[in-house]
Design a protein around this ligand. Structure first.
Ligand SMILES: Nc1ncnc2c1ncn2[C@@H]1O[C@H](COP(=O)(O)OP(=O)(O)O)[C@@H](O)[C@H]1O
Ligand SMILES: [Mg+2]
Length: 335
């Protein structure tokens, strides 16, 4: 972070995702935002003075915590590969991971690294939070309050924004912030129907990238991290092929897409106070899980737009799917 920015009072957008945390900052209002991200992951190693000073010398992002060395963020992946261990994750299915004692301190250090101190007290930051799932309480209140506290301690005036609404802010300015924003991440797919920037329907499904990785790993006997790498490297959502890993990925990708389309349809159909919309509305898809070739087409087929409770004008992919939520959070903060 530059000194100039440290002293400035420009708002920030923060996407607090299950696998990545992204900050969006505007240099000035006419330019595209700048993005910076860190993996929301860490590994621990037993503390030794030597290891500590070696990490220091290598410029590796780490902290000493209760007799252990904690390497967090992007460096965690590199060190996990070096030491053949799995990275640990502070979040699970969209919220702080209740099974992980290190979750809060690790998130605090990654967020601090990305946003820094507010510089000017009361500087605005909008941070993404998940929508509720049909499966019930995901401890969103605790998650939200914990992030609020981390950001407040850094001097920010922090406000939560639901992830689907952030996508609407980031991508649907041209339709007056009316339409459906969807973020397909790792823990959840978050959905919001907004009319003139007001959220009308908000929900999440607990099937997304992590679900695909773990299920495909379970049926092929491979590691989930390997599934993730193969999925991100070259996977096309186009039905079954001769390769068993690709087939397993295709089956669970389809499960995610069908569940998303069906839940969107049933939630809108059963909504009691749906505003009367004469015009048709756009749908925009974002997030890492929406990136493979064929995803958009498959989703459009599963949604059956001709027989949908709302008129749909278009279904498209966000231009920069991995930064969409952070961008929208920043837009909302600038409003
Ligand atoms: N090119 C890609 N193809 C398929 N999946 C991807 C790709 N890039 C990222 N992903 C998946 O997207 C998810 C991360 O997306 P992201 O929007 O950053 O999620 P979150 O906000 O939950 O951290 C992970 O499950 C990751 O494996
Ligand atoms: Mg995200």
């Amino acid at each position: 972070m530059s000194n100039g920015e440290q002293e400035s009072n420009l708002p920030l957008g923060l996407d607090v995702g299950t696998s990545r945390i992204v900050v969006a900052r505007s240099v000035d209002k006419t330019q595209q935002p700048q993005y910076e991200s860190q993996l929301n992951a860490f590994i621990t190693m037993p503390y030794s003075k030597l290891a500590d000073s070696l990490l220091e010398r290598e410029g590796v992002f780490h902290e000493v915590c209760g007799g252990e060395l904690v390497v967090a963020g992007n460096d965690a992946q590199r060190f996990a590969e070096v030491f053949h261990v799995e990275t640990r994750r502070p979040m699970l299915r969209g919220v702080l991971n209740p099974q992980e004692p290190h979750s809060l301190p690790v998130m605090r250090s990654i967020i601090t690294r990305l946003v820094g101190k507010a510089g000017v007290a009361g500087r605005k930051v909008f941070f993404s939070i998940p929508a509720p799932c049909a499966e019930g309480d995901q401890s969103i209140a605790y998650h939200e309050a914990s992030l609020q506290q981390i950001l407040k301690q850094l001097g920010f005036d922090a406000q939560p924004i639901q992830e689907g609404l952030a996508v609407v802010f980031g991508e649907l300015g041209s339709s007056n912030y009316t339409g459906i924003g969807i973020s397909c991440g790792s823990g959840l797919c978050n959905v919001c129907l907004a009319v003139l920037s007001v959220p009308v329907i908000n929900f999440a499904i607990a099937k997304a990238g992590d679900f695909i990785d773990t299920q495909a790993a379970a049926v092929t006997g491979e590691l989930a991290t390997r599934m993730r790498v193969l999925k991100e490297l070259n996977f096309t959502v186009n039905g079954l092929s001769g390769d068993r890993v690709q087939n397993a990925l295709a089956v669970y990708y389809d499960d995610v897409i069908q569940t998303l389309a069906n839940t969107l349809r049933s939630t809108i159909s059963s909504a009691q106070r749906l505003p009367k919309l004469d015009q048709s509305v756009p749908i925009v898809l974002s997030g890492g899980t929406a990136m493979p070739k064929g995803f958009l087409k498959r989703f459009a087929t599963a949604l059956r737009p001709d027989d949908f409770p709302l008129k749909i004008s278009e279904i498209r992919l966000a231009e920069d799917p991995l930064n969409s939520t952070a961008r929208g959070a920043l837009m909302a903060a600038l409003c």
